[in-house]
Design a protein around this ligand. Structure first.
Ligand code: ANZ
Ligand code: ZN
Ligand code: ZN
Length: 821
């Protein structure tokens, strides 16, 4: 009995990982080739890699390898860690270790976990957002925005815990209360904060119909929707017996004759002022209550539309009708003018509000039955005086002209997008490089004085004071303008600022003169593919696009979209088909799977699971299946490397199949269809096995069999992107090729071999030759196919028309006879 080889992943994987590291196999080399920058969203330093990380990185890694083997100068960095932020601080508070120690310990653990994947990262390209050498440039970025008037301080409605005396992040508001004080309701309070004026870029951030870059349509639509550009008009309503005016924003001036009331947001400056004395108490109470609600709750569709009457009336500027003024929290303060005209006939929320408050409803647009529900579509105007009979569109134009012409208001464009609040009263982040001087006011830290280092000795337990304020020695500083005693800003930046520009740093992570080398950065951008999660469409990627556009406008970057292609990954689910979670007990630990099956099997499984953007459930048996497949490849190459294809026809068949496989795998990989590429490689392996199965294994051969050698080498190359360790071992130690397979050239295919050969088959009807057909040689033995073609042939069909074919004689590949009688 011949001994069959088995593939010992443990030994082989460690060995090659060490060798790749030592030889810097994946370093950016081949400087003349096309620059090809691939990136996966950087990881948060949570402490351990879970299956989701493996899933997110596996396919991009295979793609990077494919591109590298295809002759591109690939930059594929991973050593990116989003290292600042609240979780580090929370863990530190809970466990009593310094956030910095916690973070850097995690980075170390994650690095070694990444290494077990055998990824093709260039480890010299590392970016850690909490490194002083990194965040000095985050501070630089802040200063640039500040100089341009794009960073400014303003009062922002924020979640406020009266016990902590601090602003809370949304995720720290649990059931309306503070996470540390479950008895204390979080209230909305106006707190001065730093903002980035992303709304000034709203128009530039809106995706055109046909953009030059290739981002998923859903992503572009989601961003456009989030930006929410809305064209309408602001209209002035005079308040009766009061000098005040209420400005409302509407997109439907065509409905103005249906305005039955006005509603102000509780935060509106006139809210309390307008309230008549007998209503003041109630209005005050309502305003206080609404401060306890988060905006999200206020927007909920199903909620009852509560509100209070102020006792005041306003005058419709077109009809002079007298209408009541209410305060209600479904009107938001940050949008439009914070006041609306209520048109219950044609707006759902207004309709509900009218019903709850017993207000009249008037139809001013034809269509629907406004007694039953609001009719929100367009139509023709009724009950609208001079404007009756116009279409909504015509009326919008005419009424807007009238309003503008009579100084009753002005057209206005509103965006749902808000400016980006970037200050956090937290410790673990990049300090905001601002100094407050009694003499000079707000003074930016001069660029030459950067970085403003984060002090290490602070009290970061939430006490009400921002933690940085407890580092008194650090806070005290001389004013850079007048030299007198001054104080530093004690807030830190949102971590989304850190990650809004990190991709610019990778090409030269050690660059000292700036955040990136302005002269060369353009060569690497826009990056070819940015892989990441769909959950980052409204946060991270929008911020990154914004910062790119700002830096482009300031002349630092020669491009204004940073990623040519964006691809999303799906989610890897637990074996039960549900999201992996500790509470469900369905978490699959990648470390265990790797120990058991090997990194290659796990990688191949992940890539084979289905389309990368879909994901799927973890299936142990299927992982075992991929492990068996790898063993099959291993045995094929090890035990049959000296096989000889004796039959010329077999050799030809293998050659043709090989070229076809190369063509299709290449095309699939170009389209990032990893699973179908693997399926084709599997078919190729099956064919090779078919050949060896028919012949007993021979003793060592004397002559080389060029086709067989070529087939095994090709198989190894095609599999290399997916199973890097196994293929390296085969390439170097079995096929005796030069290290490394990952630097070898991607196989090519010859077009002329892809053309299938054809054979001509004579067709008889009742034993007499009546015609002939040509079919591809691999179809020539299929009776069904040949018969179908024969009957369809026009020479043959006239001999059988009106008759019934009763019998068929078929000599595969040679002759067909259709018998009609
Ligand atoms: C009258 C009207 C009649 C309206 C009608 C709609 C339909 P978008 O498209 O999102 O911009 N609105 C304005 N400011 C608001 C605020 N701060 N909070 C809540 N709602 C506000 O929506 C614009 C419409 O949303 C505006 O047009 C206004 O209601 C409401 F048949 O005015 B409309
Ligand atoms: Zn609290
Ligand atoms: Zn000063």
């Amino acid at each position: 009995m011949q001994k069959i080889s088995t593939f010992e992943h443990g030994r082989i994987e460690k060995k090659w990982q060490a060798k790749w590291k030592k030889e810097k196999t994946y370093k950016v080399i081949n400087k003349e080739a096309k620059k090809y920058y691939l990136l996966v969203e950087l990881a948060y330093t949570s402490g351990d890699l879970h299956m989701g990380h493996w899933f997110a990185w596996t396919a991009p890694d295979a793609y990077a390898r494919f591109k590298r083997m295809s002759g591109n100068n690939v930059l594929f960095p991973v050593g990116g860690f989003d290292a600042f932020g609240l979780p580090a601080e929370n863990a530190a508070i809970r466990k009593g270790i310094h956030p910095k120690d916690w973070t850097y310990k995690n980075i170390k653990a994650m690095r070694s976990q990444f290494a077990t994947m055998g990824p093709s990262f260039d480890w010299d390209k590392e970016v850690i957002t909490s490194d002083l050498d990194y965040y000095r440039w985050t501070q630089w970025l802040f200063l640039k925005l500040y100089q341009e008037g794009l960073a400014y301080k303003d009062k922002v409605w924020s979640n406020w815990c009266g016990q902590c005396k601090t602003v809370l992040a949304n995720e720290h508001v649990i059931d309306g209360c503070c996470w540390r004080h479950p008895e204390t309701p979080v209230v909305q309070k106006q707190v001065p904060q730093w903002l980035f004026a992303i709304t000034k870029y709203a128009d530039r951030l809106i995706w055109p119909e046909k953009p030059e870059v290739d981002w998923p349509k859903e992503a572009r639509e989601a961003q456009n929707h989030w930006i929410g550009k809305s064209e309408g008009i602001e209209i002035k309503f005079r308040v009766e017996a009061n000098p005040s005016e209420i400005m409302v924003f509407t997109t439907r001036p065509d409905t103005i004759f249906g305005a039955m009331f006005l509603v102000l947001a509780p935060e509106h400056p006139l809210a309390l002022k307008l309230a008549k004395s007998q209503h003041k108490e109630e209005v005050k109470k309502y305003i206080e209550e609404s401060r306890k609600k988060l905006e999200r709750e206020r927007l909920e569709e199903a909620r009852q539309k509560t509100g209070v009457f102020t006792g005041a009336y306003a005058l419709n500027p077109l009809s002079q009708e007298r209408i009541p003024v209410f305060i209600a929290d479904f009107v938001l303060t940050g949008y439009g003018t914070g006041a609306i005209m209520g048109v219950p006939g044609h707006d759902k929320r207004d309709w509900e509000f009218a019903k709850t408050n017993n207000l009249p409803i008037r139809q001013v647009i034809t269509g629907g039955d406004v007694e039953k529900s609001a009719y929100e579509e367009e139509g023709r105007l009724v009950n609208s005086e001079d404007f009756n009979g116009l279409t909504s569109e015509e009326a919008r134009e005419k009424i807007s002209k009238y309003i503008e012409g009579n100084q009753l208001g002005r057209r206005s464009t509103q965006y749902h997008l808000r400016d980006w609040t970037i200050s956090r009263q937290r410790y673990w982040g990049a300090p905001i490089p601002i100094i407050y001087c009694d003499n000079c006011g707000t003074v930016p830290v001069p660029e030459k004085d950067l970085p403003v280092p984060l002090p290490e000795k602070v009290d970061y337990t939430p006490t009400g004071k921002p933690p940085l304020a407890t580092a008194e020695g650090w806070v005290k500083v001389k004013c850079p303008k007048c030299g007198r005693d001054a104080k530093r800003d004690t807030e830190t930046m949102d971590t989304y600022v850190d990650s809004s520009w990190y991709f610019l740093r990778y090409p030269a992570p050690d660059y000292k003169e700036g955040p990136f080398d302005t002269k060369t950065v353009g060569k690497w951008f826009p990056l070819e593919v940015y892989f990441g999660g769909p959950e980052h469409i409204l946060g991270h990627t929008l911020y990154a696009r914004f910062i790119t556009k700002v830096l482009n406008e300031l002349g630092y970057l020669p491009f204004d979209e940073f990623a040519r292609v964006r691809r999303h990954h799906g989610v890897i689910l637990g074996p039960d088909g549900a999201r992996m979670s500790k509470s469900r007990g369905n978490v699959v630990n990648p470390d265990e799977e790797v120990r058991k099956f090997g990194a290659d099997a796990v990688r191949l499984y992940i890539a084979f699971l289905g389309p990368h953007e879909k994901g799927g459930a973890w299936n142990r048996e299927a992982v075992e299946g991929t492990r068996r497949f790898l063993n099959r490849v291993w045995v094929l190459v090890n035990d049959h490397k000296d096989f000889v294809l004796e039959d010329k026809k077999d050799a030809r068949e293998i050659l043709t199949f090989q070229h076809k496989t190369v063509q299709r795998v290449t095309q699939d990989l170009e389209k990032m269809q990893f699973n179908t590429a693997i399926a084709r490689i599997m078919e190729f392996v099956n064919l090779l096995y078919d050949k060896v199965a028919t012949k007993p294994p021979k003793a060592k051969r004397k002559i080389r069999c060029a086709e067989w050698d070529e087939a095994l080498k090709t198989l190894c190359l095609l599999l290399a992107p997916f199973t890097p360790h196994l293929t390296e071992e085969i390439w170097v130690n079995v096929l005796r090729q030069k290290f490394s397979v990952h630097r070898a050239a991607w196989p090519t295919y010859r077009e002329e071999l892809l053309k299938t050969e054809e054979v001509t088959i004579p067709v008889q009807v009742d034993g007499r030759l009546r015609g002939q057909i040509t079919v591809a040689s691999d179809l020539s033995s299929s009776q069904d196919e040949v018969e179908r073609r024969a009957q369809a042939d026009k020479n043959v069909s006239k001999w059988i028309s009106g008759k019934k074919v009763k019998k068929v004689f078929f000599a595969p590949g040679r002759l067909i006879n259709l018998v009609t009688s």
